[in-house]
Write a protein that binds this ligand. Sequence first.
Ligand SMILES: Nc1nc2c(c(=O)[nH]1)N=C([C@H](O)[C@H](O)COP(=O)(O)OP(=O)(O)OP(=O)(O)O)CN2
Ligand SMILES: [Zn+2]
Length: 149
Amino acid sequence: MLTITRKLEFDAGHRIPDHKSQCRNLHGHRYTLEITLVGAVIEVEGSSDNGMIMDFSDIKTLAKQHLVDVWDHAFLVYEKDTAVRDFLATLPDHKTVIIDRIPTVENLARTAYDILKAAYKDHYGTGLHLQKLVLHETPNCWAEISEDR
Ligand SMILES: Nc1nc2c(c(=O)[nH]1)N=C([C@H](O)[C@H](O)COP(=O)(O)OP(=O)(O)OP(=O)(O)O)CN2
Ligand SMILES: [Zn+2]
């Protein structure tokens, strides 16, 4: 199978409220996102994206629009983490993103996958779709999610 992968990075804060150790503290990560797409190679003579599944710059534009610019420099807070939600609400114009699951790397990967799956789906009518997403929370810790979930 022929796939292409685009890597992007963003910074975000989070905490795991009931964690047994230090991840219960407010802290942040430089997340690395790898987006893998599958689809037919475009074959349109003279087209800018002739020979491509999707132009890497267009992959980046969509990822930023739908996810990366939304989460970058935001605090990703679990919707039931009322202590932190209430605190963040006291900070004027604070960039807060409420997540409906505890923001572990597994749950953030699943949330990101659902958002980006819709963003890339059949963008050109070539069967283009998100095949896999990898989210690194640290250089040593990551989650992968693919079509069979
Ligand atoms: N299965 C998961 N375990 C942990 C998660 C997670 O999202 N899923 N998250 C954390 C912490 O939030 C943190 O991201 C990881 O911290 P840590 O284990 O310290 O990771 P490091 O890469 O910094 O570890 P080193 O030992 O320094 O390499 C915890 N667990
Ligand atoms: Zn963390």
